[in-house]
Design a protein around this ligand. Structure first.
Ligand SMILES: *Cc1c(COP(=O)(O)O)cnc(C)c1O
Length: 451
């Protein structure tokens, strides 16, 4: 039995899987934050190329991956599927554990799977420049890479506190030719008005989104790009699950449970949606999204219309949300801090197709360390939530004395996140209680959409 199950380059999928035609019921409309009415294509065209807007709403089940994109995907795809022999042994479990490893991309995570096609479609549409935001820098570095490959300029508004604390991802973006600005910046009205009130503002993802959207909306040569949440982002990521299915078939296996960590939902959608398709046609497979207890969007949020960002500039979607002004507790080390969730993932959770579980961060770091000590790879703190989920399933299988096939997505490596491991080993990490009061407060501020 092999440890790595690898596909040849010519077996990179030729199409992405679009789950929209297989959703349990119609999609809720996306609402304009200005009019509180459904967004018009014109509003979207100010910041996205037509081809991506079409993908966002497409009802076609299979969407061709352009050859030029498959060519770039070859730099790291097909990604390997690993059988976790050594982890299984360490756990003494009868379960068979497989993981799909997305950390081999140049940026070290799954994010280039969508950054590359987004840059490609922008280039095709004549876009000269991309404006985007980044928190810790994973998305900004992936977009910088993609823009470098397709000869686009790239400006990244990086949350100021991360700009100072995470200099290595800033350097990665600069290495790939991007301009990186600490947000709030003096480049936009949104940034200047924050700085006027508070010159020492640390910034936030919401402010950075507002700056990037304003930049794109006010320049005709510039479009905006988002690294998660949106339907077309989930679509591009399905290449993960499609490859995994082929690889599992080569190993003669099929999963009982498929697990991914969940921030905005893109890597989870990537591993999960192709299996959700099987489930829709009657196959028995559980699909589980793992999130942090400190930002429990799917397990403690409400399914309602809410703004995509704190500044109420981004469109309003029906999704699980903790409220757009929810601030997760300060030093949570594992990312996954978005207040909302992909509308597609949310609808699947609401319909009971997908399960969600929240886990505290120390238990995630314990799982990450156990994984690294048996399998070698140092996981991204985000990915450790999926590992926790997989180990718990394997331990349950041991208790029940049952075989079980577990597949999880290892969304990225943690080489640029060693400060979080440092905090863990020096005992500085703590678990947060479920922030009930903060969530109750922010849920009072949902927009009043009447449709
Ligand atoms: C960005 C990121 C995530 C979370 O984003 P999703 O859209 O929920 O996938 C998870 N893992 C890694 C390694 C990331 O970089």
């Amino acid at each position: 039995m092999n440890t790595k199950i690898v596909l040849d380059e010519n077996r990179i999928p030729k199409q992405w899987y679009n789950i929209i035609p297989d959703m349990p019921g119609p999609l809720a409309p996306v609402i304009s934050p200005r009019t509180l009415q459904p967004v018009t294509p014109d509003e979207m065209l100010a910041i996205f190329p037509m081809s991506l807007i079409e993908q966002e709403m497409s009802t076609q089940r299979w969407i061709d991956i352009p050859d030029e994109v498959r060519e770039i995907y070859k730099l790291w795809r097909p990604s390997p599927l690993f059988r976790a022999h050594r982890l299984e042994k360490a756990l003494g479990t009868p379960a068979r554990i497989y993981y799909k490893y997305e950390g081999g991309s140049p940026a070290g995570s799954h994010k280039p799977n969508t950054a590359i096609p987004q840059a490609y479609y922008n280039k095709q549409a004549g876009t000269k420049r991309i404006a985007t935001e980044t928190g810790a820098g994973q998305w900004g570095s992936s977009m910088a890479l993609a823009c470098q490959i397709y000869g686009l300029e790239c400006t990244v508004y990086m949350v100021k506190v991360s700009f100072g604390q995470k200099p290595y991802r800033k350097s990665m973006m600069q290495l790939w030719g991007a301009e990186v600005l600490a947000s709030p910046s003096d480049r936009t009205n949104a940034g200047r008005s924050i700085l006027a009130k508070d010159p020492n503002s640390n910034g936030s993802l919401g402010i950075a989104i507002s700056e990037a959207v304003e930049d794109a909306a006010t320049r005709s040569d510039t479009c905006y790009a988002l690294g998660s949440v949106l339907n077309h982002v989930c679509l591009h990521q399905t290449i993960i699950g499609l490859e995994a299915k082929e690889q599992l078939a080569m190993a003669g296996d099929y999963p009982d449970v498929v697990i991914g960590c969940h921030g905005g939902g893109s890597n989870f959608a990537g591993i999960g949606f192709p299996f959700a398709a099987d489930k829709a046609s009657g196959r028995d497979v559980r699909i589980v999204a793992m999130e942090p207890t400190s930002c429990p969007t799917l397990t403690k949020g409400v399914y309602a219309f809410d703004y995509g960002d704190t500044a109420q500039m981004a469109p309003i979607s029906k999704m699980f949300t903790l409220g757009h002004d929810f601030m997760p507790p300060g030093i949570h080390a594992g990312g996954l801090r978005y207040h909302g969730s992909s509308p597609l993932v949310s609808q699947l959770v609401h319909a009971g197709v997908v399960e969600a579980r929240a886990v505290p961060q120390i238990a995630c770091f314990e799982a990450a360390v156990q994984f690294a000590r048996s399998e070698g790879i140092i996981p991204a703190p985000e990915s450790s939530h999926a590992i926790r989920g997989a180990i718990d399933e394997a331990l349950l299988a041991r208790e029940e004395g049952k075989e079980r096939v577990i597949l999880f997505n290892l969304s990225g490596h943690g080489h640029v996140d060693m400060a979080a491991y440092d905090a863990y080993f020096s005992g500085q990490l703590e678990d947060y209680e479920y922030p009930e009061a903060a969530i109750a407060e922010s849920l009072k501020h949902l927009p009043k959409v009447s449709l």
